[in-house]
Design a protein around this ligand. Structure first.
Ligand code: XMP
Length: 528
């Protein structure tokens, strides 16, 4: 594997993804991981990520104990990016200083300092340049012995260094971001030409490997359950497991009464007719809505929705046991790599914190106490890889491109009591119009998540020559990479005009459409 050590940059995961896009398997570890843990992965190359710290700050993260000794013994190539480069310089005896008043940030050229450097490749000439995405407050003012400067910034800072003998490299900019125009080529050179990594990572290999792993783990007799949410991850995970063990997999799709317009019919058709998954649809809507009637506190609503789902799932488990005569012992989950990565510990803290979603986000999940052994075939994959894997197994592209949808469904998109005001029905119709209009304008794939929400507030309006006293619909659309932070999406005016008149014309219970222009923070993505 290619090991990426995380020092807290927002781009660390991007480095790992780029490495994989180039065809090499990458693993992300916290910057202070034990050397033994790193070596267990037999790294062919190591990348030290960027980070928000300065190497001068007390308690700033540093390389694992014994790092330089071990990479020297095994002659493992190392590339330090940004903070990673400063770690190389400082720890190997060079000097890093604050670039007082002249930090460099953003897109700018790097000028090559020699011909044919390893980093810029054969044929590169001193004086030539390329555009890169720079980001530094500190700079290397004295290089450790053995290093030469092969690239300088406009302001003359040392931004690319190499020690060809020890195979140590540093870049004061981010080759992993698309603003660095030849960044991908640089990473390719580092991985394949310099480090001799082999391009053996492909979704076909992952598929074959994971099928074998699932077979091995589940064995010849055990039965396996999977709760399909209607989202990409559980569907791809189930399809893979079905390929491995056939109809000893039992899937359930729960209609919790909080689904979108025609969602049940749409996903069931996909699962059954297209993917040929063994799946039961359990209609739990009546019970759910009964339990939710009159409840408007958001936390209470979430608890009820979660508890009802678990009860429903337990019933399904018993049903499968009755049907097959075997108690199912395994549970398929669509856990992805970003959920299991341990990220860089904050300065001065021993605590490792993973990117797991906040506990209140686990509504729609299943507790450990159910006693299943987990089958998580997507645990090592990023979302874009899951989509590729799904495409390999013939999961339709439109399905793979679906926006995320929360476990509690429309329950967190209706403010207050979901059973009041015919809100579910109104919201479903408005949301369908909104999403269809987004698709019509060709904007769906640009947006990370879009949905309508219902506000139980009546205002006065005029609809069809008559005075009305009707409800409000909010339109939310955000760009995000993981849902932790998000920016509101700027729709063209033409789109807003079209969608608001469509909703107010076609959904008579609504006389105002509001456009939500709030990022996260301070707002959350959902409204409850
Ligand atoms: P918020 O509203 O906290 O949401 O900004 C961030 C992301 O998480 C999704 N979300 C959930 N997903 N169960 C889920 O499976 C939940 O209980 C839940 N709550 C929020 C939300 O749709 C957004 O993508």
């Amino acid at each position: 594997a290619v090991v990426v050590l995380d020092y807290g940059s927002q781009y660390t995961q991007l480095i790992a993804r780029r490495v994989r896009e180039l065809g090499a398997y990458s693993v992300l570890l916290p910057g202070d991981a034990d050397m033994a843990r790193i070596e267990a992965l037999k790294p062919k190359a190591i990348v030290l990520s960027g980070g928000p710290n300065s190497v001068h700050v007390e308690g700033a993260p540093t390389v694992p104990d014994g790092f330089f000794e071990r990479v020297a013994e095994t002659s493992t190539p190392v590339l330090g990016v940004c903070y990673g480069m400063q770690l190389l310089v400082q720890r190997l005896g060079g000097v890093v200083e604050a670039a007082v008043g002249k930090g460099e940030y953003g897109r700018m050229p790097v000028v090559y300092q020699s011909d044919d450097s390893l980093l810029y490749g054969k044929g590169s000439k001193a004086g030539d340049s390329e555009q890169v995405w720079m980001s530094h407050g500190d700079e290397a003012t004295k290089l450790p012995s053995g290093f030469v400067c092969v690239g300088k910034s406009e302001a003359g800072a040392v931004v690319a260094i190499e020690d060809a003998d020890r195979k140590l490299f540093g870049l004061q900019y981010h080759p992993e971001v698309t603003h660095s125009e030849k960044g991908t080529e640089m990473l390719r050179r580092f991985l394949f030409d310099i480090a001799g990594v082999k391009a053996e990572w492909s979704m076909q290999n992952v598929l074959d490997e994971q099928i074998a792993i699932v077979n091995e783990k589940v064995g010849k007799d055990a039965h396996v359950i999977c709760a399909l949410s209607g989202g990409v991850d559980s569907a791809v995970a189930a399809t893979l497991v079905h390929k491995a063990i056939g109809d000893r997999l039992h899937c359930v799709f729960v209609d919790n009464g909080l689904l979108r317009y025609k969602e049940q019919e749409r996903v069931m058709e996909m699962f059954k007719d297209h993917l040929h998954l063994p799946v039961d649809c359990v209609d739990h809507s009546e019970q759910m809505l009964k339990a939710l009637a009159g409840v408007s506190d958001p936390e209470k609503k979430r608890k009820i929705i979660g508890a009802e789902f678990i009860e429903c799932f337990k019933n399904f488990k018993s049903e499968i046991e009755k049907r097959t005569g075997v108690r199912p012992t395994f549970l398929v989950q669509g856990t992805l790599y970003p959920d299991v990565i341990e990220s860089c510990p904050p300065p001065g803290s021993d605590q490792k914190h993973s990117h797991t979603i906040k506990s209140h986000h686990n509504v729609g999940g299943l507790p450990k106490e159910l006693g299943f052994e987990l089958v998580e075939p997507l645990r090592m994959l990023f979302k874009d890889e899951v989509r590729k894997l799904g495409a390999l197994m013939d999961v339709p592209r439109t399905f793979l491109a679906r926006h995320p949808f929360p476990g509690p469904g429309l329950g967190v998109r209706i403010v207050g009591d979901v059973t009041a005001n015919n809100a579910l029905d109104i919201l479903r119709r408005a949301d369908e119009i909104y999403i269809n209009t987004i698709r019509e304008f060709g904007l769906y794939d640009e947006i990370w998540q879009a949905f309508a929400y219902f506000l139980p507030v009546r205002t006065v309006g005029v609809q069809g020559d008559q005075r009305s006293h009707s409800f409000m619909i909010g339109l939310r659309a955000v760009c995000s990479s993981d849902g932790m932070t998000a920016d509101w999406y700027p729709f063209p005016t033409e789109f807003l005009k079209t969608v608001s008149s469509r909703i107010t014309n076609q959904v008579k219970e609504v006389n105002r459409v509001l456009y939500d222009i709030n990022s996260k923070p301070p707002a959350t993505i959902e409204v409850e």
